[in-house]
Ligand binder design. Sequence first.
Ligand SMILES: [Fe+2]
Length: 287
Amino acid sequence: MPLTQAQRDHFLEHGWIKIPNAISKPIIDEWTKNVWVRLGWDEHDKATWEEEYVKMPRHREIPVQEFAPSAWEAMCEIVGGEDKVDPVRERYHGDQFIINFGSDYWDTHESPPPQELRGWHHDNDWYRQFLDSSGNALTIVHCFTDVPPRGGGTWLAEDGIEAIVKYLYGHPDGLDPPFEKILYTHIKDCRKFVQVEAKAGDTFILHGLLPHTHGVNHLHFARIITNPHVNMVDPFNLNRSDGNYTLCEQVILRALGRESVPEYKPTRERKRRVLSRWSANPGMYSL
Ligand SMILES: [Fe+2]
């Protein structure tokens, strides 16, 4: 089913949308039923929970269109069609769970305000970032458990896109990772923060340039998500003669306050790099 006008408007205004009940309950039940075996911890004895935050390897995967059909349809619409999506990379979504458990400490201590949280980022450490880079067009958050208020949901900085987009516009030579000391220093001045709240089975679709970071889980339970992406074949086109921009492109143009940017041209070659997403600084890339 196509997105409603309200959903399209929400994506443009906020940089994200939520697709409720995107993942079927049988998949959630099947994929999560042995998670405590995989962890080697006792679900009912929190003293055995050795880490506050765990990223697990992938054991199972199925094509995204089978895993979350309605969310997949929405993803395709936002980037301009299925034929625009990389036919291989991240076309299977799996059970590489990201689990935020909380801790004894967070049971009794308040979280800093979102402006002061660490780890703000957008998901790109595998290619040279230009304004029109679409290697990560969309960041996806699949929720395998409920994510209640104060339950460790991902924080989003809705007004954090603008400064990123303007920086990239002003640097057509592109930017190589890591970006932490460059692209996210403005988060302390942002005002429009929202924290993911969800029911198990909900999927969040975030614009690839929407900065986010992990939230504190005060409820001390296993909040389980996965975090795949939508990768496109070609760069964004920010100079369409017919003005028929995709929603992804519209978010960028809106943040620039422009209707097109015909003058923008990357001045260095586009590059992809092969590296472990988590190896350089595992604390930086949390959800
Ligand atoms: Fe992320």
